[in-house]
Structure formats: structure tokens, C-alpha cells
Design a protein around this ligand. Structure first.
Ligand SMILES: Cc1ncc(COP(=O)(O)O)c(C=O)c1O
Length: 401
């Protein structure tokens, strides 16, 4: 049987390999601290759970939704107006089963096979896999730690810019925990206008950004709506990851094009989930701000603890992660991840899972609490010497190869 050659393009997810090892360690009775997958340890606020469970108790809510409830569109429009100062019409908004799904489908609406899509490296994997699945040519643009992981347009050749049809941008950026400033977004819009490139901005962590000012929406910058769209997900803001709900907002032609594609492959989002999303977007937002502070405190606690173990870490500017170079002389992020897991029971994600430029780094997901974080730091401190020895042995082996 001959399956699609598309499958050849998809790398087996590193999370599955880590999960298998995790299962083996657990079977041996080991204590595990799993800081790999980015699903929050926080729970959704009670008013969100009760909206979902109340609606789910009503048998009339089980039919095909077909499209968004008017009150869901009103809720996200109200949220964008209050939180970001962005006014949107109903036709500039469509709901999707999470940004992951939206990113997997949006290029079907924008690209033809062979069109060039620019994606960040390091970056979130669906930015690459989504466009590839529809036959687009994916070209990664480099992000440098010394430039704060913010795209420097001078690093893109004019020839590449002329060929590109779409650019995917996302800040605060998973996995590198970097923000971009207003000047960057203004330059992005000028760049997109100059080269006629469509911007897809993923704002998954707009509400988990550290600093004095709340993080802006890309759509709040003049001209943004003429050149692009933004994904906004409820997953991390409201600890709603499993419920699957996000939006595409902005340029009406693109939003409607995605809605048309999705109308052929989907019959709408389960109504109780839509009702819970309305409760989330229109209800008390104090929990959102409290969790953002809690993520910042955890990032600082972990960075301080690791520094004390001789492992300096870049300061996080946002997201629910911490990004760090490899310690103790390690060079291979998967090798280090496996040794760390075996020695300490702490599971992180190797940076190589986020692109070639992620090699040499690892990502911690802050899906934990301060007490467990202290245990993580203690476990690493206790095994520092052993990890240094393993790294040295690894280097000798590499040199002899
Ligand atoms: C940058 C980024 N975009 C999108 C997603 C997926 O979001 P959703 O749950 O809405 O599919 C994630 C999840 O970790 C993410 O980190």
C-alpha cells in the first residue's frame, strides 16, 4: 500500500519518545517531574467550568453547532475592544478548534502548492508543519539570542522577500520566551506592504507577557488588518487547552477564506464549549492577571535556582516556559534531555524539536507550582557532578568518532 508522501515530511513528535521513557521510569518507581508538554497545571476558573457543565447537562446542546453562536462572536469582539482597543466586525472573526487546528488549515486558504511561507527558527512546530501539509515551501528565518530573538528584517534577503507569500510571526514566542516591541510590529507592517506578504500573527501568549505594559495585539497597529490576521487562543489564558477553542481575527478576506475551507471539513464547535468560552471572555479577568504573575514568579524561581546549580538561564519575557542553553558542557539537546531525565526524573523538551537553531537549548514548561519547582532544582543540584561527567564522556566519544 502506498501512503501519501506528505507523511515523509512529518517528523515523529519528540513528545512520544519522551513519553515512552517516562512510562518506563514510572514503572521502575521513579519520581518524575514532567516539564515537557505545555499544558497548564492551573485549572479553569469555576464560572467557566459551571458554564460548560450546565450546558453539557442539557441534551438539546448536542446537535451540530454549524457555526459560532452570536454571543460567542460578541464576546470575543468585546474582549478585543476592552483588552486590546481593537474594534472588529462579525465578519472579521471566526472560531476554530484551537490555534493548532487553525494553523494546520490556514494555508489551504492562502497558499497554492509551492508558495513560500516564512516561519521562525526556533519556533513552534505547527508553523512549519501546517504550511507543509498544504504543499507550501517553508523557509525558516533565523532568530538570534543576541538580538533578543526578535526578527531582524535585515537578515532576510530581498530575493527571498520577493518570493515569499506569507510570514508567520508570534510573540511572546514559544519556546524562546521573548517579546517584541511596538517598533517591531510597525516595521513588520511596512515590510508586509512593501513585499505584498500576508502576516499570520499567533498571539497564544499575549496574556502571559511580563513587563509593565499589557502586551498589544498585532491588530492594534495601523494597517495590520490590511496585511494580515491574528490567532488568539483561549488555551493558555483560561487553562482551556483540552476544550479546544481559538479564533482567527483581522483581515476579512482571509478570515472568510478560512471559514469557507473549514465549512467543508467541520460542523462547528460543541455548543457547551462555546458557552464556556463566552463565560471566560466576558467574566472576571482577575484570574488571568494572577496566573500571569504566577508564571513570571515561577520563571524567576527556576532561573535563580538553576543559576545556583551553575546553569545560567536567559530571563523570560513571557509565555508559560523557560528557555535555556545547555549546561555542564553538553552540546546535544536530545542527549542532555535523556541524561537529565534518567538522572533526575526532570523531563524537559530538547530545543532541537523547535528547529535547527533550537539545538543547544532546552525548554522547561512551567506546568507546576513553586513547591515542585524547588524539588526540580534540588534534584538537578544533587546530580550536577554526574551530569558533568556524562557530558565529558559524551564529548570524548564524539571526538573519537
Ligand atoms: C505558540 C503556540 N501556538 C499555538 C499553540 C496551540 O494552541 P491551541 O491550544 O489553541 O491549539 C501553542 C500550544 O502550546 C503554542 O505554544
Amino acid at each position: 500500500m502506498q501512503l501519501s508522501s506528505r507523511l515523509d515530511e512529518l517528523k515523529p513528535g519528540v513528545f512520544h519518545a519522551l513519553f515512552e521513557r517516562r512510562t518506563r521510569l514510572l514503572a521502575r518507581g521513579r519520581t518524575i517531574h514532567d516539564l515537557s508538554v505545555g499544558t497548564p497545571a492551573f485549572l479553569p476558573d469555576p464560572h467557566i467550568v459551571s458554564a460548560l457543565s450546565g450546558a453539557a447537562a442539557d441534551p438539546r446542546e448536542y446537535g451540530y453547532a454549524m457555526s459560532e453562536l452570536p454571543e460567542l462572536k460578541a464576546a470575543i469582539r468585546g474582549y478585543y475592544a476592552d483588552r486590546f482597543g481593537v474594534g472588529l466586525s462579525d465578519s472579521e472573526v471566526t472560531a476554530i478548534h484551537g490555534t493548532q487546528e487553525g494553523m494546520a488549515h490556514i494555508c489551504w486558504a492562502i497558499c497554492d502548492p509551492g508558495d513560500v511561507v516564512l516561519v521562525p527558527d526556533p519556533g513552534y512546530p505547527i508553523f512549519t508543519d501546517g504550511p507543509r501539509l498544504c504543499g507550501a515551501e517553508v523557509v525558516s528565518y533565523p532568530l538570534f539570542e543576541e538580538k533578543g530573538y526578535v526578527l531582524d528584517f535585515a537578515d532576510l534577503s530581498p530575493e527571498l522577500c520577493r518570493r515569499a507569500k506569507v510570514i508567520v510571526v508570534s510573540y511572546p514566542l514559544n519556546p524562546v520566551c521573548a517579546r517584541a516591541d511596538a517598533a517591531f510590529y510597525r516595521e513588520l507592517i511596512v515590510f508586509a506592504e512593501k513585499y505584498q506578504i500576508t502576516v499570520i500573527h499567533d498571539a497564544a501568549y499575549a496574556d502571559i507577557a511580563f513587563g509593565d505594559e499589557p502586551y498589544p495585539s498585532f491588530l492594534s497597529f495601523p494597517g495590520a488588518r490590511d496585511v494580515g490576521v491574528e490567532f488568539y487562543s483561549l488555551s493558555k489564558t483560561y487553562n482551556f487547552t483540552g476544550a479546544r477553542l481559538a479564533f482567527l481575527l483581522g483581515n476579512e478576506r482571509i478570515v472568510q477564506a478560512l471559514a469557507t475551507i473549514r465549512s467543508q471539513i467541520d460542523y462547528g464547535i460543541f455548543l457547551p464549549i462555546q458557552k464556556a468560552a463566552v463565560a471566560a471572555l466576558t467574566g472576571d479577568q482577575s484570574g488571568v492577571r494572577a496566573r500571569c504573575r504566577a508564571y513570571q514568579e515561577m520563571a524567576e524561581q527556576l532561573a535563580t535556582g538553576l543559576a545556583a546549580c551553575g546553569w545560567p538561564v536567559r530571563t523570560s519575557e513571557g509565555t508559560m516556559f523557560l528557555w535555556s542553553g545547555l549546561p555542564y558542557g553538553y552540546r546535544d539537546s536530545l542527549r542532555f534531555t535523556l541524561d537529565l531525565m534518567e538522572e533526575t526524573g526532570v523531563i524537559v523538551t530538547p530545543g532541537s524539536a523547535f528547529g535547527a537553531r533550537g539545538e543547544g537549548y532546552v525548554r522547561f514548561a512551567l506546568r507546576t507550582d513553586p513547591v515542585e519547582l524547588d524539588q526540580v532544582i534540588a534534584a538537578i543540584a544533587a546530580k550536577r557532578g554526574q551530569l558533568e561527567k556524562l557530558a565529558a564522556a559524551d564529548r570524548v566519544q564524539e571526538e573519537n568518532r
